[in-house]
Design a binder for this molecule. Sequence first.
Ligand code: FAD
Length: 291
Amino acid sequence: MFEGYQVLRNAPMRDYTTLKLGGPADYMALPANGEEVAGLLKEARERDIPVTVLGHGSNVLVLDGGIRGLLIRMGRGMNRAEAQGRRIFARAGTMMGTVAALAAEKGLTGLEFASGIPGTVGGGVLMNAGAYGGEMSQTVTEVSGVMPDGRMATLSREELAFGYRKSALQENGMIVTGVTFELAEGDPETIRETMGEMNRRRAESQPLDVPSAGSAFKRPEGAYAAALIDQCGLKGYAVGGARVSPKHAGFLINTGESAADFLELMNTVQRIVEERTGIRLEPEIRILGEA
Ligand SMILES: Cc1cc2nc3c(=O)[nH]c(=O)nc-3n(C[C@H](O)[C@H](O)[C@H](O)COP(=O)(O)OP(=O)(O)OC[C@H]3O[C@@H](n4cnc5c(N)ncnc54)[C@H](O)[C@@H]3O)c2cc1C
């Protein structure tokens, strides 16, 4: 099955996610380009095999049973970005930090916020990732990829229908293979300073040395998830090895081996915050696989 492609059998998801949790993916393919993505998708469809996509695994909780069928994770050839004038074209597996560094080198401003987000541009555009007042929607002009029916397509910014941590990609099933950014000219020194300052703030406030998937919940309207969780006395609260970070209550961290514990922690935090504040937190972390 999937002959001619780079494929790993029973790939343990704890090795491919920043939470370091999750059972095996039956088949994990590492396509080198968009044609390989389309070919893999076609074969999976013909055999009625479910398909899941993974970037850097920095915003997902993979459950303990792992992922059935085919997991497509952008391979080495998908990790490349180039600048042309004020535009940057990045393949989907390129880390956002790499693209932000390229922008800085070329004196292009608009991606400073992305330098500390530990994910790929594919995952970033699907999530409309953002920080410190910036988000992907501000500079992404076009996304190309493969639709569930195998057709290659390009979507404009309008078609991507960006919202807060939201895009049409969460609904339409496109596997993103490339992202085009349009940036403004800026001063390389200032761009680097801004990035440095943002990364200092991040290191000061976030538990970057322990496995997590970033903020576990979206920011509810008119409030902050971390403040609500803290207000409910949940800082440090644990279910097994899963714990509300004592450093930043918006981050749920993993010091154990059980995705079930992590999911229970997410559910418990959500329930207690709703009971005590009336606000229902919506998870930002996406849950993949089976229990
Ligand atoms: C320490 C830490 C700090 C973080 N800080 C921030 C922050 O400041 N702001 C922020 O927004 N996020 C933050 N995050 C969360 C995360 O880094 C972002 O959401 C990031 O954009 C996810 O990218 P990824 O490649 O890891 O995606 P993954 O976690 O691998 O996947 C996320 C979703 O995108 C889908 N996906 C991935 N690649 C593709 C593709 N090529 N085509 C189609 N679908 C795809 C997956 O199926 C999944 O549903 C943080 C995470 C950590 C661990």
